[in-house]
Design a protein around this ligand. Sequence first.
Ligand SMILES: CC(=O)Oc1ccc2c(C)cc(=O)oc2c1
Length: 280
Amino acid sequence: MELLSENKVAGGWHRRYQHDSLNTQCKMTFAVFLPEQALRGQPVPVLYWLSGLTCNDENFMQKAGAFKRASELGIAIVAPDTSPRGEAIPDDPENSYDFGLGAGFYVNATQAPYDKHYQMYSYVSDELPTLIEAHLPVSDKRAIAGHSMGGHGALIIGLKNPTRYQSISAFSPISNPVDCPWGKKAFTGYLGADSTAWQAYDACHLLRQNEGDKKAPILVDQGDADQFLTEQLKPEALEQAALAADHPFTLTMQPGYDHSYFFISTFIDSHLDFHAQYLK
Ligand SMILES: CC(=O)Oc1ccc2c(C)cc(=O)oc2c1
């Protein structure tokens, strides 16, 4: 891992690292916040934050205002990029914001030409935690959270790996990607036209499938003034699936909030407090 930068913040350190990824077969950049406790040699739990469309490792760290509470709670935060990057990485032929670079959708692509590099599911759920736990002063207690496309990523990665993550949270997640325009476009491109293959990456489907004992609790916040709410996000489908599966789940509709980081920064402390209950 190569250290790209470091800045002291809230008594801890914000760092950016780059490394060669086996899964995505390119250099990947991620950001990490390490609270002071970690630097005193006390291994701390990690919250993985997955960002949304067009974002990279920097958006959450610059805009969410999460450091002070994470520092108080002694939680590290890791924010990966949202797709493979570089000259050699195939992008959307139409250069749209919702497919290709900055829009990996946290799946393992099976369709050429995306299958070689777009392996974001394995990268985030396996390669990155292994790397972090080998090189940084963190414990193996993990939680996962995200926004929009990253909220979808947090839900599916948490639900597919119930023993690896203690808790899951999301702001404005794409809750039922098999049934919304962003999800249909991305899953067709990465996974092919047969929609039965899409279900393995759909949170509503995964909730209905999960018959095991371990059910990581889920917290979702959604602004009711979000322009994407009805067509793309569909939190009520997630709520129905969680209810049917008897999965611990809380959805809070927040009046007046939109899809932006103004919303996330308003409620990020309550998400950190939620995860802290299960990470201790
Ligand atoms: C920094 C920022 O505003 O991020 C942002 C803006 C818009 C979106 C949309 C529309 C979808 C998504 O998945 O993420 C996202 C992130």
